[in-house]
Ligand binder design. Structure first.
Ligand code: BES
Ligand code: ZN
Ligand code: ZN
Length: 488
């Protein structure tokens, strides 16, 4: 939970102020006031071209009167919520470094909008995010108060946006926390307990199917992948009814592989540790459910999380095995490392029971997606142009970018099997598309979109270089989905 208080205030010189500047280098009234207080240092730095206002540019001015962080925002016409989120993260990170209890954020705009407030609140929180569960010294300085400078203090509609921004930031941090946890401390059953805990004080209902129930229901995919592991699998269902009674729900599905060794088709050991992040899809879905409930969105939403490890052992499923899924379709397993699609097949089939308005799944599904799109953009595939377009727009608005890959019939043919309905790998090419083609066999005609977040769910080097994203899990998909749901 965040504990930094955010409040609106009119301008006054304080211990630490951050202020944004566009590349036209015009100073807003507040920035001019600051400039005057610190002996025209801002003007002279601009005059000497030591600061040009480009985005990603920032400079800290330490003066006897006050510390001032100038943050470049680039072209005024290209201002976005994401740039403000980034700027606010820069401000809170600097406040932390300076160990100031309170700091002010001033943005060169005549009027703060609700969108901006949300983004600024999110940025300031996410910038301070730190996964320190395993540090023996957990003491971490956090600024206590953030003053968001506005012209008129009495705007109650903006106050609501502070809370909204916090709720979304909390959900993103929840997703990061779950993804960042090592697999031995985040087993399928531990995840189920967490889902129940999240539901305990919210309008959410959580149901967990254990191994017996999965056997009864015929979840052959989830049980097949789980058969090599000592950890029992489970299927976590979270339901939220904020919409009209009987209104069809939007179903989110998240790949929740708590660790992916590859199974019998074992992965090389280099970087295998990163496969603790293979539960990121599920982490994001659980966090979406938390945010949807806290925001009290007027929609019905269901979150489905098939959870298991993928391990090699004497009892593991093997290449050549044939699996029967919840919807009675069969697949020949030719590579046990293509396990995500195998557990998602059961979950997507189960989603049909809701007669959903649409299905959206998140999965760290293919290495091929990282090759195709790198770490800045998630892969997007599906059967419904309207959802695809809306998700694309949400991506542009939030900065969690997505790009569509073609899911045409040619690719669906590539996964036909000689002995079963389909096989779990295609050929050498188009790995992200053949994986989605496999999933498409389990969604029937319901509107569906699949997001391959293999490249975006975590970052090794900070790509995409944003101040509110650090090495480790990113929590990608939460911001995107909440924006999508609010703009339905
Ligand atoms: N979890 C991996 C995908 C992955 C790999 C995500 C690297 C992020 C980084 C997935 O289960 C997997 O192993 N997929 C295989 C599929 C292949 C065997 C058809 C892959 O991408 O190599
Ligand atoms: Zn795998
Ligand atoms: Zn995997």
């Amino acid at each position: 939970m965040n504990n930094m208080k955010k409040k609106f205030s009119t301008f006054e010189i304080g211990s630490f102020i951050s202020t944004t500047i566009y590349d036209d280098l015009s100073l807003s009234p507040n920035t001019r006031k600051i400039d005057k207080q610190i002996g025209n240092l801002i003007s002279s730095i601009i005059k000497n071209k030591e600061f040009t206002g480009k985005s990603n540019e920032s400079i800290l001015l330490r003066t006897p009167q006050t510390n001032v962080l100038l943050i470049g925002l680039g072209n005024k016409k290209c201002i976005s919520n994401d740039k403000l989120r980034d700027a606010a993260a820069k401000a809170s990170i600097t406040a932390k470094k300076l160990k100031t209890k309170s700091f002010s954020f001033n943005h060169d705009v005549s009027d703060m909008t609700n969108d901006y407030v949300e983004a600024v609140v999110q940025g300031s929180e996410l910038g301070l995010y730190n996964f320190n569960v395993y540090k023996s010294n957990k003491k971490d300085f956090r600024p206590l108060t953030m003053n968001i400078i506005i012209k008129n203090k009495t705007k109650t509609s903006l106050t609501k946006s502070i809370r909204t921004g916090e709720i979304i930031a909390d959900a993103i941090m929840l997703s990061r926390d779950i993804s960042n946890l090592p697999s031995r401390d985040c087993t399928p059953l531990q995840l189920a307990s967490r889902a129940k805990k999240i539901s305990s004080n919210r309008p959410l209902k959580t149901t967990v199917f254990n191994t017996d129930k999965l056997k009864k229901l015929g979840f052959g995919g989830l049980l097949g992948v789980a058969s090599g592991s000592q950890q029992p699998p489970c299927f976590i269902i979270m339901e939220y009814n904020g919409g009209k009674r009987g209104e069809k729900p939007i179903v989110f599905v998240g790949k929740t592989i708590t660790f992916d060794t590859g199974g019998i088709s074992i992965k090389p050991s280099a970087s295998m540790d990163e496969m603790k992040y293979d539960k990121s899809g599920g982490a994001t879905v659980m966090s979406i459910m938390q945010a949807v409930a806290d925001l009290k969105l007027p929609v019905n939403v269901v979150g489905l999380m098939p959870a298991t490890e993928n391990m090699p052992s004497g009892s593991a499923y093997k290449p050549g095995d044939v699996i029967t899924f919840y919807n009675k379709k069969t697949a020949e397993i030719l590579n046990t490392d293509a396990e995500g699609r195998v557990i998602l097949a059961d979950a997507l089939s189960y989603a049909q029971n809701y007669k959903p308005r649409m299905i959206i799944d998140f999965a760290t599904l293919t290495g091929a997606c990282v090759i195709a799109l790198g770490n800045a953009v998630s892969g997007l595939l599906g059967n419904d142009k309207k959802i695809i377009n809306s998700l694309f727009e949400s991506g542009e608005r939030t900065g969690e970018k997505v790009w569509e890959l073609p899911l045409t019939n040619e690719y669906k043919k590539l996964i036909k099997s000689d002995i079963a309905d389909i096989k779990n790998i295609g050929g050498r090419g188009a790995g992200t598309i053949t994986a989605a083609a496999f999933l498409s066999y389990f969604v029937d005609d319901y509107p569906w979109a699949h997001l391959d977040i293999a490249g975006t769910a975590w970052t090794q080097d900070g790509t995409p270089k944003k101040s509110y994203i650090k090495k480790g899990a990113t929590g990608v998909g939460v911001l995107l989905s909440i924006d999508f749901l609010r703009n339905l």
